[in-house]
Design a binder for this molecule. Structure first.
Ligand code: C2E
Ligand code: MG
Ligand code: MG
Ligand code: MG
Length: 291
């Protein structure tokens, strides 16, 4: 341990670390003005029902159109936004923009479409979040049940009491709440059962190897374990009257397996990637013709 710390301390002063610290600082400064300069974008990824193949909703995923770096994915700036508190403004912008887009879509041929928005830990520690959500819904003239908020196990566990109070208030408004990346956090069932949930989203890591087979067509042990885990999550979710969605479905084989296991909904590159609004709209119209 001491050795590790020593090595890290040394690395802290290395030129690469210095360059990285500078880049981080620059990114942070840029991010501060990103909303004002209108550089944030939302992409939308469809969610499909397994029983009839219909689109049940879309998930809004933020990107940053940086003037120099190009399109930056959320994994590269959400953590920074979270640390600096900028996530509060970004999160509010995301909610507002997602609701505006949902209103347009519901008015133009997709009257039952739902929108999912990801929430980060800081937002869940903010007592005013329910007011922000209510404002976004009212501005769009949207029924609360058309909005789904995705939270993670770890994001609620940072301030469990506060998060519980807030989520109960949000649920009372009528919005839906789901657990994202389910299975990867330190699941505390005693706590989770108190949350007013409607859905579990099984993390992509359990789906990835779900249909792997070797040359002889035999599923490796790790794959059998993943099948067991996914099966157990689906059974538990259904007994708790929760809808269950599989994330990161990339192949037909995974789709078939999940369908056989009784999964309710799917999301992944197989069905549709996250797309800008206009592209997503074309995708949905195409889909309506097919189903
Ligand atoms: P997430 O909410 O779990 O979103 C799923 C991520 O998996 C997305 O990455 C999506 O593009 C990717 N994905 C979807 N299907 C597939 C697939 O079949 N294969 C593979 N390999 N990947 C797939 P993305 O858009 O880069 O977002 C990453 C994470 O950033 C999100 O994970 C979410 O935690 C966070 N995030 C995105 N937008 C927001 C936001 O507006 N607010 C907050 N707080 N977090 C956000
Ligand atoms: Mg999500
Ligand atoms: Mg996820
Ligand atoms: Mg994730």
């Amino acid at each position: 341990k001491a050795k590790d710390a020593g090595r890290n301390a040394y690395r802290f002063f290395s030129p690469e670390m210095d360059a990285r610290a500078h880049q981080r600082l620059r990114l942070e400064n840029d991010l501060r003005g990103a909303i004002a300069r209108d550089e944030l974008r939302l992409h939308y990824q469809p969610k499909l029902r397994v029983d009839n193949g219909q689109v049940s909703g879309v998930e809004a995923l933020v990107r940053w159109m940086h003037p120099v770096e190009g399109l930056i994915p959320p994994d590269q700036f959400i953590p920074l936004a979270e640390e600096t508190g900028l996530i509060l403004d970004i999160g509010e912008w995301v909610l507002g923009e997602a609701c505006r887009q949902l209103r347009r879509w519901r008015a133009a041929g997709h009257p039952d479409l739902c929108m999912a928005v990801n929430l980060s830990p800081r937002q869940l520690q903010r007592p005013g979040l329910d007011v922000t959500v209510l404002n976004a819904l009212e501005a769009g003239g949207l029924p609360p049940a058309s909005l789904e908020l995705e939270i993670t196990e770890s994001s609620v566990m940072q301030e469990p009491e506060q998060a519980l109070t807030l989520l109960r208030r949000l649920r009372a408004i009528g919005v839906r709440i789901s657990i994202d990346d389910f299975g990867t956090g330190y699941t505390n069932f005693a706590y989770l059962r108190q949350l007013p949930l409607q859905r579990l989203k099984i993390d992509r890591s359990f789906i990835q190897h779900l249909a792997d087979v070797d040359e002889d067509g035999v599923a490796p042990g790790a794959t059998q374990d993943d099948v067991a885990i996914v099966e157990a999550i689906i059974a538990m979710a259904h007994k708790l009257r929760l809808n269950v969605l599989a994330e990161g479905v990339e192949t037909e084989a995974q789709h078939e397996r999940l369908s056989g296991l009784g999964c309710d909904e799917m999301q992944g590159f197989l069905h549709g990637r996250p797309m800008p609004a206009d592209e997503c709209e074309r995708w949905m119209l195409d889909r309506l013709k097919k189903v």
